[in-house]
Design a binder for this molecule. Structure first.
Ligand SMILES: [Fe+2]
Length: 440
C-alpha cells in the first residue's frame, strides 16, 4: 500500500515538474535565427507626449491648457519626432525603444500619426519596440483644442494599441520569443547574447503594478535566459527604483520590490524607464534603474545603450538637434532656428511661473530686495533645468551651501516647490546621471 502511495506521489510530482518545463518551452519559441551577431545597440526615448496638429489650432484653449502651463514645446512635437527619426537613422541602432507616454493623452489620431512616422525607420531596417505609458490607453483626457473649445476625441484601448503598433513589438515578429498572457509585456531577442524584456504596467486592470501572473512569467523567462548565459535588459514606463523621495508614489511601480528581487536573483542589471521626465540613475543591490528625461522636454534627451560580446553595457545620452533636421530638409522657421534657446526658455518660463506664485505673496513684501527675488527665481530655474537634465554636477554654483538656496529654505520651507528644491540637493545629485558602464 505504502509503495503504491509513494509511486503515485512520484508520478504526480514528476508530472508537475515536466509540465512546468513544457510550459516554458511553449512560451519561449526556441529561435534558432541563423547568423545572429553578439552584442547590440539600442536607442531609447520616453515620454514624447505627441499631440497631433489635427487636434488643435493652437488658439485660446490650447494656450490656456497646454501652451502656457506645459514646460514642453508641445506645438513643435512633430519636428522633435522628425528630428529624432533622422538622428536614429544616422546612429543605425538595432532597435529604437519607446518606453511609453507616446501620446499627449492617448488620442487615436496622435497614436496613428506617430505610428505612421515610425514606418520610416521600419523601411530603413531599424526595428522599433514600444510599450504603453499611463497616458496612452483608455485615457479620459483625450481632447481636441480649437478656438476656446475643448472637446473629447476618440481614445484607444489596449486592443487598438496592439493593432496600431503591430509592426513595433505588438504583432508577429520572429524575434519576439515570448509574450505574457496577462499584459502587453514581451521578450525580444536582440542578439545571440542579449534579450530585451519590455514590461507593460499600463494596460488591463493592474495599472502601475505587475500582476502575479506577469511576475511568474518574468521568472520563467529569466530562468530560461540565465540557463543559456544570455543577458536581459528590461524596459518599463514607470520606475523600479525611487529617483526622488518626494516622488515615489505614482512613479515607482507599486510592487517594484518583487521585480527588483527577481532581477537581483537572475542578474538583470539594468532597467530603462521614463515617466518622471527626469534624467537620473538609481542603484540598489547591483540593479540599476535609469529614468530617462522626456524627449519632448528641454534638453530633449535620448539614450544610446551599447552592449558588447562580453555583456558589458555602456549607457550614455545625447541631446537632439532640431537645426540638423531643418538644415537637411531646408525647413525655415524663425522660432526653430535657435530651438535650444527657445525650448530652454519655455522650461524657464514654466519654472518662473511656479516660483512667482510663491514669491508674490505677503511673505515677501518689504522683506527682500528686488535683486534677491530675481536671484532666487533664477536659482530655481537653473536647479530645475540642470536637475531634469541630470547635470547638476556640471554647475559648481548648484550646491547645498549656495546662499540663495539657504534663502529659499529659510523663508519658504513649507511651500511645496521649496520642498521639491530641497529634495534635489541630495548627495547623489553630484554624480553624472547621463553615463554609466555596467559590467555583468
Ligand atoms: Fe507617464
Amino acid at each position: 500500500m505504502y509503495i503504491f502511495i509513494i509511486l503515485l506521489l512520484i508520478i504526480v510530482i514528476g508530472f508537475f515538474v515536466l509540465s512546468r518545463d513544457n510550459r516554458v518551452d511553449r512560451e519561449i519559441k526556441s529561435v534558432e535565427i541563423s547568423g545572429l551577431k553578439k552584442g547590440g545597440k539600442i536607442v531609447q526615448i520616453s515620454d514624447l507626449h505627441y499631440l497631433s496638429s489635427r487636434l488643435t489650432d493652437y488658439g485660446e484653449s490650447y494656450n490656456e491648457k497646454i501652451g502656457v502651463v506645459d514646460a514642453k514645446p508641445v506645438k513643435n512635437v512633430d519636428k522633435i519626432l522628425d528630428s529624432l527619426i533622422l538622428e536614429v537613422i544616422e546612429i543605425k541602432p538595432d532597435v529604437l525603444v519607446i518606453s511609453g507616454d507616446i501620446t499627449f493623452n492617448g488620442e487615436r489620431v496622435s497614436h496613428e500619426e506617430v505610428s505612421s512616422k515610425l514606418n520610416i525607420l521600419k523601411d530603413k531596417g531599424i526595428q522599433v519596440l514600444v510599450i504603453p505609458g499611463n497616458h496612452d490607453i483608455d485615457s479620459q483626457r483625450s481632447n481636441s483644442y480649437f478656438g476656446d473649445e475643448i472637446e473629447t476625441v476618440e481614445n484607444i484601448d489596449s486592443n487598438d494599441f496592439s493593432n496600431i503598433y503591430s509592426s513595433f513589438g505588438m504583432g508577429e515578429n520572429k524575434r519576439i520569443v515570448s509574450r505574457d498572457n496577462h499584459s502587453l509585456s514581451y521578450l525580444y531577442k536582440l542578439s545571440s547574447n542579449v534579450n530585451l524584456l519590455l514590461l507593460d504596467t499600463n494596460s488591463g486592470k493592474n495599472i502601475n503594478e505587475v500582476s502575479n501572473g506577469t511576475l511568474k512569467w518574468i521568472e520563467r523567462i529569466l530562468k530560461y535566459t540565465s540557463s543559456r548565459n544570455e543577458i536581459v535588459i528590461s524596459v518599463s514606463h514607470q520606475n523600479i527604483l525611487i529617483h526622488n523621495k518626494m516622488f515615489a508614489s505614482g512613479y515607482r511601480i507599486k510592487n517594484a520590490s518583487s521585480i527588483v528581487e527577481l532581477y537581483k536573483k537572475y542578474n538583470v542589471r539594468l532597467n530603462l524607464s521614463g515617466h518622471m521626465h527626469l534624467q537620473h540613475i538609481s542603484q540598489y543591490n547591483g540593479v540599476y534603474d535609469i529614468s530617462i528625461g522626456s524627449i519632448g522636454l528641454y534638453p530633449h534627451i535620448y539614450a544610446v545603450v551599447d552592449i558588447d560580446d562580453v555583456n558589458t553595457i555602456e549607457y550614455f545620452t545625447e541631446k537632439l538637434s532640431i537645426s540638423k533636421w531643418m538644415e537637411k530638409y531646408g525647413y525655415k522657421d524663425d522660432t526653430l532656428v535657435n530651438f535650444d534657446n527657445f525650448s530652454r526658455e519655455k522650461f524657464r518660463e514654466n519654472v518662473l511661473m511656479q516660483s512667482s506664485k510663491v514669491l508674490s505673496g505677503e511673505k515677501t513684501i518689504g522683506k527682500f530686495k528686488k535683486e534677491d527675488i530675481e536671484k532666487m527665481m533664477e536659482f530655481m530655474v537653473d536647479s530645475s533645468v540642470s536637475y531634469f537634465s541630470g547635470e547638476i554636477y556640471k554647475n559648481p554654483q548648484l550646491r547645498k551651501d549656495n546662499p540663495t538656496l539657504k534663502m529659499w529654505l529659510e523663508h519658504f520651507s513649507d511651500e511645496f516647490q521649496v520642498k521639491y528644491l530641497e529634495s534635489i540637493y541630495t548627495d547623489d545629485v553630484l554624480r553624472n546621471h547621463n553615463e554609466i558602464t555596467i559590467k555583468q
